[in-house]
Each structure stands twice: as structure tokens, then as C-alpha cells.
Design a protein around this ligand. Structure first.
Ligand code: ZN
Length: 208
């Protein structure tokens, strides 16, 4: 199934639409969702869920507007609830704007299903305490948020960050996925699990 990627907002957070012929889900909304709404209209897609990889403001800017426009429910890991009332989630730090508040439902790690597609919600904490990755085995894709990037890893110096936890999430959870799995990260270009397993300078196989 196609994945459309929209780098949105002041930090160009990758915002994704994964869809079939009639239904779609969104993963993260980093800014004004107008291009995503246009895409949904053009392809005549109904949006059934807005899933969030983690509660950091740069991935949340367009969530309220997209939910209002489409009526789609918003799902976020309860493990990130401690961040909800902090600047990490609400914005406002470093001169960045505030995030418009939105209603959300909890999305627990484990098996889930969206539009008839099986999804494994993987707990990948470390960048945030409740960060998740969304793995769709039939599509061979994983949305990793800010846990794993092309040749890089997420920061762990924000509130609730934990470097050892992040390393565990990447090497013991994400790197256990099949090598051909395409990685859709929260920022920057795509990669694959196999490529990062071999070449990521922070946790690749060549490290002791
Ligand atoms: Zn983040």
C-alpha cells in the first residue's frame, strides 16, 4: 500500500499517509495538514485513525486541525502521558509556537488493526518514555518516529529520555525486524532495517 510522506512544520517532521483504495491512516502531523487533506481528497480516502509515534510538539502541530477536518480519532501511547503537560508536548520552547490541544485515545503496545491491516505496536522507549514504532508486517514497513533515523538515532537529552533504553529499543526491538523492512523515520530520508543494522554509526554491527 502506498505511503505518502509530507515533511511539515518548523522542524519538518515527516507526516505520513498509509492507504489502500478507500481508507487511510496517518502517522504524525508535524504542521499545517493542508497538503495531507488535499491528498486525502484527491485520492478520495477516508481517514480512520491518526496515530502518533510520540508526544513531541514537532510531531503534533497539525493533529488538532486534521482531527477536526476528518473526524478521525487520535491514538497515542499512554506511556507518553507524563509529557502531555510539559513544553515537550505543548510547544512554546525555543520560540516555537504552541500546539493546539487535541483529544486522544490510548494505543498500547501489542497487536492492533487498522483498516483490516495488521499492525504491531512496538514499545520503543528512550527518545521519550512511551515512544512507539508502528510495524505493518504485510507492508514490510515500520514507522519509527524519532527512535531510528537514516544513519542516526534520536536524541535522549529531552525530559524522560534514556540513552540505554533507546539503544535497547533499536538493537533489540527494531533490528529484530526483517532486514527488508522499510524504515519511515520521524525526520529525514527513508532507510531499511538491514541497512541500518549494518551501517548505522551509533549502533551498527561493526561496533564492538
Ligand atoms: Zn521527538
Amino acid at each position: 500500500m502506498p505511503v505518502a510522506v509530507f515533511p511539515l512544520g518548523p522542524l519538518q517532521a515527516n507526516s505520513h499517509i498509509l492507504h489502500g483504495h478507500t481508507q487511510a491512516i496517518v502517522v504524525d502531523v508535524g504542521g499545517d495538514p493542508a497538503p495531507m487533506i488535499k491528498y486525502l481528497h484527491t485520492h478520495q480516502l477516508s481517514l480512520t485513525a491518526i496515530c502518533l509515534t510520540h508526544r513531541h510538539f514537532d510531531h503534533l502541530y497539525g493533529v488538532a486541525a486534521l482531527a477536526r477536518e476528518t473526524g478521525a480519532p487520535v491514538y497515542v501511547s499512554a506511556g507518553d502521558d507524563p509529557l502531555a503537560e510539559t513544553e515537550s508536548a505543548k510547544g512554546g520552547m525555543w520560540g516555537f509556537p504552541l500546539v493546539e490541544p487535541f483529544e486522544s485515545r490510548p494505543l498500547a503496545p501489542g497487536k492492533a488493526s487498522f483498516n483490516g491491516m495488521e499492525c504491531e505496536v512496538l514499545a520503543t522507549p528512550g527518545h521519550t518514555p512511551g515512544g512507539i514504532s508502528l510495524y505493518f508486517p504485510s507492508e514490510k514497513i515500520v514507522f519509527t518516529g524519532d527512535s531510528l533515523f537514516y544513519r542516526s538515532l534520536g536524541r535522549t537529552d529531552f525530559p524522560g529520555g534514556d540513552q540505554a533504553q533507546l539503544m535497547h529499543s533499536v538493537t533489540e526491538v527494531l533490528f529484530k525486524l526483517p532486514g527488508e523492512t522499510v524504515v519511515y523515520p520521524g525526520h529525514g530520508p527513508l532507510s531499511t532495517i538491514g541497512d541500518e543494522r549494518a551501517n548505522n554509526p551509533f549502533c551498527g554491527e561493526f561496533l564492538p
